[in-house]
Design a protein around this ligand. Structure first.
Ligand code: MF3
Ligand code: CO
Ligand code: CO
Length: 256
């Protein structure tokens, strides 16, 4: 499948989807507290998406995935499955990743949540990972190469003595959830695909406190750090505009 180019109208439709996905993350803020299970968070999100937002939770049934959210706790890199046996506790860090389909278009976004009071080293990993995402986003404009984005992310992570996960990446998005191109979060400036106005893709760096190596658990979904150390991730859906970028899943709390 080739890379699809979206019209201005398509991008406005994708923004509607993106803003609904962003609303799910905002809505969840007050529920992410010690004592709640990730299954309960998933139920709250499913009900909100279907009843209030009146759109489709894209993860449900996607390649057999069973839930609305991915809830990736502490050393889970991505694709953690909500579970009634997983209760959040003070000091945990949690990524919640959600995708909705609105009028056939996808909006995909994730953020990190601190559960109760977290330690400084965890807070720092969360903040630097968000900065990595923003530094990648700021490189987006027509004529720029994907490698420049990956390089900006990798530099900021490695300058802070963290590592960039290699086994998972960002992706083109539109009427198809995961489409071309692959958006690596590492690379060399000036290399790779040249960006064009109308391309839409996610930037979703997964940054580890220790080594970048990952391991897939027996459930076939949950990806964890091989060394058991913490991992963080943030994700936005981005459109390439005539003179730069447009963050379709931007939340009001963000200052970028
Ligand atoms: N939202 C994830 C991403 O950022 C993909 C989750 S697929 C699922 O691309 F099946 F695990 F939900
Ligand atoms: Co994504
Ligand atoms: Co996602």
């Amino acid at each position: 499948m080739p890379i699809t180019i979206k019209t201005k109208k398509d991008i406005e439709n994708m923004r509607i989807a993106g803003q609904k996905a962003a609303a799910v993350l905002n809505m969840l803020d007050k529920y992410v507290v010690p004592g709640i299970t990730t299954e309960e968070l998933d139920k709250i999100a499913f009900d909100y998406i279907t009843r209030d937002l009146k759109c489709i939770p894209a993860n449900v049934g996607y390649n057999g995935y069973p839930k609305t959210l991915c809830t990736s706790l502490n050393s889970v890199i991505c694709h953690g499955i909500p579970s009634e046996s997983q209760t959040l506790k003070d000091g945990d860090i949690l990524n919640i990743d959600v995708t909705v389909i609105e009028n056939k278009w996808h909006g995909d976004t994730s953020k990190m949540y601190a559960v109760g009071k977290i330690q400084n080293f965890a807070k720092r990993l969360i903040n630097v990972t968000q900065e990595c995402m923003y530094q990648g986003i700021k490189k987006v404009r027509p004529g720029e190469k994907l490698g420049t984005i990956g390089s900006a992310i990798q530099k900021h992570a490695e300058n802070n003595h963290y590592s960039v996960v290699r086994d998972y990446c960002g992706h083109g998005i539109g009427k198809v959830y995961h489409e071309e191109p692959q958006v690596l979060h590492y690379g060399n400036p000036g290399e790779g695909l040249m960006l064009e106005e109308g391309m839409c893709f996610t930037i979703e760096p997964m940054i580890n406190l220790g080594s970048y190596h990952s391991k897939l658990l027996d459930d076939g979904w949950t990806v964890v750090t091989k060394d058991g150390k913490l991992s963080a991730q943030w994700e936005h859906t981005i459109a390439v505009t005539a003179d730069g970028y447009d963050i379709l899943t931007l939340r009001e709390e963000e200052e970028i």
